[in-house]
Structure formats: structure tokens, C-alpha cells
Design a protein around this ligand. Structure first.
Ligand code: SF4
Length: 373
């Protein structure tokens, strides 16, 4: 296992990750993830659409029914189409449809880290009129990934800045996550000036060059193969456990500032526990496969939701022959309408939001800074 852009969000936070994960994979194998195959298909479908849009200037190409011989699920077609529309809106705004300022699923050399180290960029475009580079990452998983400070996006951005000979003043980095918890708002964006990007990626370079082995547990552990056997995570979990078990807080008597600290601590504990639990599950599966006997547990194949295994048109025709209407027409969400080109001002006049109750929300660092200015 090596340090790459795609695992940078772990090795930039835990120096010991590469060694620990390599040792784990050598003994127990890598964690299996059916979601990874879905992600590969979604990237392939989106790339095909964006390339047609860029070549023909056609913002609404037909989404293919199959990719690499497999039927593309209907929901994936819609999500890939919306993502491609967003990419197309950037092409239109930049008036760039190809050539040296457009990158679609391209490998770019990250020379600032190491000669020959390649970083895949899902979509990037340079807008010469405002000297802005946009870098996008399509995440097809369900876990929330944030754009701000995202090491993978930063490495992609820096690799492009180093490879082009035009001035870049700003970089807008985006995570497009159609399966996240807020699917109607799939886009998370963060803009930084180029100097900040250079400083942050210089820090990343230092971490890339470091051969330290310190284990630094945190929320990133949930992506680490070694999480079921990692002694650093185990100690962190037991420390958290001690705090919960031995400090008998009475929440209603705590001062407000202590109560909010306690809530933040609980969030951290939950992340650590969840990472350790899923790591132990993977370890149990590996050991059961190797022949260990665990009377209370067995492993089965995890399956995705049912999807049509035939072309949609054939399914719809079959339904018609049986007198059953299987074709559903729906209007896209307001956010997707904006991504498709409907002006936000118009969309705002056509939507409504209703209060459903009160919920607690963490203030962003930006909001906190403004509050103290
Ligand atoms: S589980 Fe966490 S602390 Fe342990 S090696 Fe992985 S990332 Fe580091």
C-alpha cells in the first residue's frame, strides 16, 4: 500500500496508517466493498456523458442503458446525468469545451509529491476569464465527504496548477455526492486563493515525505483497513469508554458551555466506536473465512437493492402487455433544476419550505469567526 491522492485524507491525519493498513491487508486481505463497483460504473457513465457534451455541445445527450455490458440502474442514470449537467454548466460558464483547460477522468502527474505519482481528477476546468480553476470529485458513496480542506482535491488542484502555464488566482474545489444524506443538495464547495492552496499542499508534501509511524485515531479511522486491529484506535476507544463509564455527568445541571463540549465529545466517541465496530466485523469475516469457529456469527453475501437486469424499455413493454403502468414521470428537484440551467432566482419563486420542528446544528468555523468579529 502506498500514499496516493485517494487515501490522502487518512495519511495526512495518521502517520502510521500506511504501515498499519499494509500489515493488516497482508494477513487478512482488504475489506470488500460492493459500493466500489457501483462507484466505478457511475464514474464511467458520467465520463461518457461529459465527453459527448464537450464534443457535441449537446447538454442533453441520451444516457446509455448499459455500461461495460451491465445494465445501468435508473437512479444511477439520473444522478450521473445531473452531475454531468453541473459539469456542463461549468463548461458553458468558462466557454471551455475541450483542449488543455479541461480534464475529465484524467491522470495528472503530482510532481510536487513525487516524480511519476499520478492523481486521477474526476473533472476540472480552468476558466481563463476569471483565472479560476474548478476541481470536482464525484463521490458515489453514502458517507459525507466535505470539500473544505479535502486533501485529495488539494492534491488534484496543485497538480494541475503545476502543469499549466497560465496564472491561477482562485481554486474552487467541489465534492458532488448524490447519495449523501442530503441528496437534493449534492454539492459541497470550497474556494481558496492559490497561495493558500500552495501552502496547504506544501504541508501535505511534508506529510508525504514523513516516514513516522505515530498512530493518530480520529474520524478518518472509518476508512482504514487496519481499524479492527489497530492498537491506537483500540486505546482511543477504551479511553472514550472510561470517560463515559466513570464520569457521571448530570446533563441538566451542567453549565451550557460544558454541555456543548459533552455533545462534541459524544460525537467523537461515536465515530471512534463505529470505526472499531466495523473493523471488528471485517476481522470476524476474515477469520470465519479462514475456518475459525464462531457459534454466534456467520457471514453471508451482502446484496444491493434489487435492480432490473434487463433494458428498461423491455421491462416497460412487459408491464404494458400485462396492463401495468411501470413508467414513472417525475419532475427533478429544485436543486437539480438549477444544475440543469434554470436560474436560481426563478427557482426561488417556485419553491416552498415548511418548518418541521427544531434541530441542533453545529455552527461552522466561518460562522463562529463572524460572530466574534
Ligand atoms: S485505525 Fe486510525 S489510528 Fe489506526 S492506523 Fe488506521 S487511521 Fe491510524
Amino acid at each position: 500500500m502506498k500514499k496516493t491522492a485517494s487515501n490522502a485524507d487518512i495519511w495526512t491525519r495518521c502517520e502510521g496508517y500506511i504501515k498499519a493498513a499494509s500489515d493488516y491487508v497482508r494477513v487478512y486481505g482488504s475489506h470488500e466493498s460492493p459500493a466500489a463497483e457501483e462507484g466505478i460504473m457511475a464514474h464511467g457513465v458520467a465520463e461518457a456523458l461529459i465527453r459527448v457534451m464537450a464534443k457535441d455541445g449537446n447538454p442533453t445527450p441520451k444516457v446509455p442503458d448499459r455500461w461495460a455490458g451491465s445494465v445501468i440502474p435508473v437512479d444511477m442514470k439520473i444522478k450521473c446525468r445531473d452531475y454531468a449537467h453541473f459539469c456542463y454548466s461549468l463548461m458553458r460558464r468558462s466557454n471551455v469545451y475541450g483542449g488543455k483547460y479541461l480534464w475529465v477522468e484524467d491522470e495528472i502527474e503530482s510532481t510536487f509529491l513525487a516524480d511519476g505519482l499520478m492523481t486521477r481528477v474526476d473533472f476540472a476546468i480552468y476558466d481563463p476569464s476569471v483565472r479560476t480553476l474548478h476541481v470536482l470529485d464525484l463521490k458515489y458513496g453514502h458517507r459525507v465527504v466535505e470539500a473544505e480542506g479535502n486533501a485529495q482535491l488539494l492534491i488534484g488542484a496543485r497538480s494541475i496548477i503545476d502543469s499549466i502555464d497560465v496564472p491561477v488566482e482562485k481554486v474552487t474545489m467541489s465534492i458532488y455526492q448524490p447519495n449523501g444524506p442530503n441528496a437534493s443538495m449534492p454539492l459541497d464547495q470550497w474556494t481558496a486563493d492559490t497561495l493558500s492552496v500552495m501552502e496547504m499542499t506544501n504541508d501535505i508534501r511534508q506529510m508525504y515525505e514523513s516516514d513516522g509511524n505515530a498512530l493518530r485515531p480520529g474520524s478518518h479511522c472509518r476508512y482504514c483497513d487496519a481499524r479492527g486491529t489497530c492498537i491506537g484506535l483500540r486505546h482511543a476507544v477504551y479511553s472514550a469508554w472510561d470517560v463515559v463509564a466513570y464520569y457521571n455527568h448530570i446533563p441538566e445541571e451542567l453549565p451550557a458551555d460544558r454541555l456543548e463540549d459533552m455533545l462534541a465529545e459524544m460525537e467523537t466517541f461515536r465515530d471512534l466506536l463505529r470505526a472499531y465496530q466495523t473493523g471488528l466485523e471485517a476481522l470476524c469475516v476474515s477469520r470465519l473465512k479462514r475456518g475459525d469457529v464462531m457459534p454466534k456469527w456467520e457471514y453471508t453475501t451482502s446484496l444491493t437493492d434489487r435492480k432490473w437486469a434487463h433494458d428498461e424499455a423491455d421491462i416497460i413493454e412487459l408491464g404494458k402487455s400485462m396492463g401495468i403502468e411501470l413508467e414513472k414521470r417525475t419532475v427533478v428537484s429544485p436543486k437539480q433544476a438549477e444544475l440543469a440551467g434554470m436560474p436560481k432566482e426563478l427557482v426561488d419563486t417556485l419553491v416552498k419550505r415548511e418548518a418541521t420542528g427544531l434541530k441542533l446544528r453545529k455552527k461552522s468555523l466561518k460562522t463562529l469567526k463572524q460572530a466574534f468579529q
